[in-house]
Design a protein around this ligand. Structure first.
Ligand SMILES: [Zn+2]
Ligand SMILES: [Zn+2]
Length: 302
């Protein structure tokens, strides 16, 4: 006999150990959407006239994010959603995810902007990382992708830039910053504030566990790509992920409590902690904390 949903007696499709609930497909979808709406209302205040740029990689997180934002705001004519995809130039990887991303935006009828490292920086990520370098490929990719996203978002007049970070990503990042004693990064992770030149970052999925993002994509039959980026990921993040997952099994709710504690205290830390002055990069004009932005530094521009 299948286990029943605790809300309606249909067959359950998931057991949320942290809430103690067995829930059916309908109530699962409702639960995910409630969490996302709550996050948006409390942290990101979407308003009339907003242009929301959505970072769309084609993986499950960004696909669910775009689908949900379209579901929530698609009916509003005073809000525009635009998908942005960056083609980093990773042979054998990006082609597939790009195809999935295109499929989704055309199904939903959403404007889709695709830009490449090659066009922007004259080299693909493969070419950039084949050169002599001090940092891992993910550092290059992360910095350049962020910079390019912000640039495009500014170009189209977007005032929000939404990314698909889920609860697991957030808990890992918070824990990594603690382990590294990195207060600057902790503050940068805090709820967004208005900074001239930087498009406001929003992470509407931050209260949804990774497993549930994947399940949401599956039950809604969304086209998403499951291939892993061929570049090795940050080693520390993998260790922290395993550690948190082990804790979560023994102490359900750990991921939420890591985030809750952080959300409650970060504002106070930010008030007391001196923050870097912002200026404009003298090469590309992006807003940054030095005379040269991270992207220009990595590209060896001077
Ligand atoms: Zn139900
Ligand atoms: Zn620059």
């Amino acid at each position: 006999m299948p286990i029943k949903c605790m809300k309606c007696n249909r067959d359950a499709i998931i057991f949320q150990k942290y809430s103690g609930m067995h829930i059916c497909k309908r109530h699962f979808i409702e639960d995910v959407e409630r969490k996302v709406k709550l996050t948006i209302r409390k942290q990101y205040k979407i308003e009339k006239g907003d242009i929301i740029a959505v970072a769309l990689s084609g993986g499950k997180d960004s696909v669910v994010l775009l689908y949900l934002l379209h579901k929530i705001f698609g009916v509003r004519r005073d809000i525009e959603i635009v998908a942005l995809t960056i083609d980093e130039g990773i042979a054998g990887y990006r082609e597939e995810t790009l195809a999935k991303a295109r499929k989704l935006t055309s199904e939903l009828g959403i404007r889709h902007i695709v830009r490449s490292f090659k066009d922007e920086y004259d080299k693909t990520l493969d070419e950039l990382t084949a050169q002599e370098r001090k940092l891992g490929a993910c550092s290059y990719c992360g910095v350049l992708r962020k910079s390019l996203m912000n640039k495009i978002a500014n170009e189209i007049g977007a005032n929000k830039l939404a990314t698909g970070h889920n609860l697991d990503d957030e808990a890992q990042t918070i824990m990594m910053n603690h382990l590294g004693g990195d207060v600057d990064r902790m503050i940068r992770l805090s709820p967004p504030r208005e900074i001239e030149g930087l498009v406001l970052r929003a992470k509407p999925l931050r209260k949804v566990p990774e497993k549930e993002v994947a399940l949401y994509a599956i039950v809604n039959e969304l086209p998403f790509d499951m291939s892993e980026c061929p570049y090795a990921h940050e080693a520390l993040r993998g260790e922290v992920r395993d550690m948190i997952n082990e804790f979560e099994v023994r102490h359900p709710g750990t991921k939420y409590s890591i985030m809750r504690g952080f959300d409650k205290t970060v504002g106070l830390i930010a008030k007391e902690y001196p923050q870097a002055e912002l200026s404009k990069c003298r090469i590309c004009g992006e807003t940054c904390t030095a005379t040269l932005c991270q992207a220009c530094k990595l590209l060896g521009r001077s």
